[in-house]
Design a protein around this ligand. Structure first.
Ligand SMILES: *Cc1c(COP(=O)(O)O)cnc(C)c1O
Length: 391
């Protein structure tokens, strides 16, 4: 039986050829491909600078460090995100604070952000969930009023846009933030195996990120002309979060296909929109163009007469691997141990979590795969038992 995963990379022979070329060259890391990939990403997102790193998590960690997040600080983020978002805050010694989501968009609610701001708050970390842009103009306004920084977790949202003053703004252009973070994990919009990037328009943050990526070493021409070209200076504690040249070659090749991938994701989403009836969906408004990273259903299992686990297992039997994005962070064992948050404080997050299920969506899916998924759902929910196997 054919298995349809919820997400999957799309790598072709052209991609492979580009990687092989680098592997046969003299530089397989820290060569010219890193800079070339950074320039291409910055150009695509309409940002001044881009710094590629070894993962989306590393990108989040470094952006938190670059704004000086530290012990005693608080960072406001969504509880519906991958662990990497709040974990990156914890790495710096600061405390993640969760603000409830909006049930319709599944994105962080700006009013809830306002309610969570204290004298310790230093940064707002909105997550463009499933590829749908958060209300960035509003979030930025809140941040400016309170003197806070903004880091966008756009790991789902490479290629997404929102309308502002009649113009389409690309996620990653940092029009309403200090930095934006993307991931190149295989399930994301484009892949480098593992990998991530930070975009920014701020030169100071840019040079900080470059140094933190490689042990906190600054190599400026003014130091080396004074002290000799061999000289380098470690000014702060950095990491080895570099991305290899062959990964960047893959990234450059993938980026050329990004708009086609996005178009394909939107086509499949449209098939689901048309073929899946009577189920709640993530609201994708008129002033946003979602990158369609995930296709989310909100099922109201209370009234559907079927438990989520039953639906999951039945889909699986039919070769469809669904997923839940995500378990609210405050429900994780580790976070419960340190915070003891009461889930009742997050009514929308809880309601969403009880109802959510992600169905397969990736560019290589065929139209008939999407129709099959929609039919399978309808069939299971109708309560019938027998069905032909998918060949
Ligand atoms: C994938 C993802 C990350 C982390 O990216 P990695 O490259 O896997 O480290 C962070 N935040 C969100 C929302 C993600 O989906």
């Amino acid at each position: 039986m054919k298995i349809i995963p919820y997400g999957k990379q799309c790598v072709d022979n052209l991609d492979i050829a580009e990687v092989v070329k680098v592997l046969k060259s003299d530089w397989i890391t820290q060569g010219s491909k890193v800079h070339e990939f950074e320039k291409a990403i910055a150009r695509y997102c309409n940002a001044k600078y881009a710094v590629v790193v070894s993962s989306g998590t590393a990108a989040l960690h470094l952006s938190c460090l670059a704004i000086g997040l530290n012990k005693g600080d608080e960072a406001i983020t969504s509880p519906i995100t991958f662990l990497a978002t709040p974990n990156s805050v914890l790495y710096t010694g600061a405390r993640p604070v969760f603000a409830d989501i909006d049930y319709d968009t599944v994105n962080i609610n700006p009013t809830e952000i306002r309610n969570k701001i204290t004298s310790k708050t230093k940064v707002i970390l909105p997550v463009h969930f499933a590829g749908l842009p958060c209300d960035m103009p509003e979030i930025y306004k809140i941040a400016k009023n309170k003197g806070l920084k903004v880091i966008e977790d756009a790991c789902h949202a490479l290629g997404a846009e929102y309308k502002y003053n009649g113009k389409w703004i690309k996620i990653g252009s940092c029009k309403h933030s200090d930095m934006t973070v993307f991931s190149f994990h295989p399930v994301k919009a484009i892949t480098t195996g593992e990998g991530g990037v930070i975009t920014t328009n701020n030169k100071l943050l840019y040079s900080k990120l470059l140094a933190l990526r490689s042990h906190g070493v600054y190599k400026t021409t003014d130091i080396s002309t004074r002290k000799g070209s061999w000289y380098y200076e470690m000014r702060e504690l950095g990491f080895n979060y570099r991305l290899t040249d062959f990964a960047c070659a893959l990234g450059i090749s993938q980026l050329k296909k990004l708009d086609r991938f996005l178009e394909r994701r939107r086509e499949i989403a449209l098939i689901y929109d048309r073929n899946i009836v009577q189920q709640g969906k993530q609201l994708c408004g008129y002033n946003t163009r979602s990158a369609r990273h995930l296709y989310i259903l909100k099922m109201d299992f209370k009234y559907n007469k079927i438990k989520r686990i039953e639906l999951f297992n039945k889909l699986k039997k039919m070769g469809i691997n669904a997923q839940v994005h995500y378990i609210p962070i405050y429900r994780q064992y580790y976070y419960k141990k340190i915070y003891a948050i009461n889930p009742l404080e997050y009514p929308n997050t809880e309601k969403y979590y009880n109802n959510a299920i992600s169905i397969p969506l990736f560019p290589d899916m065929k139209n008939r795969d999407a129709v099959y998924v929609a039919d399978a759902l309808a069939h299971i929910l109708s309560g019938k038992t027998k069905r032909e196997k998918y060949e």
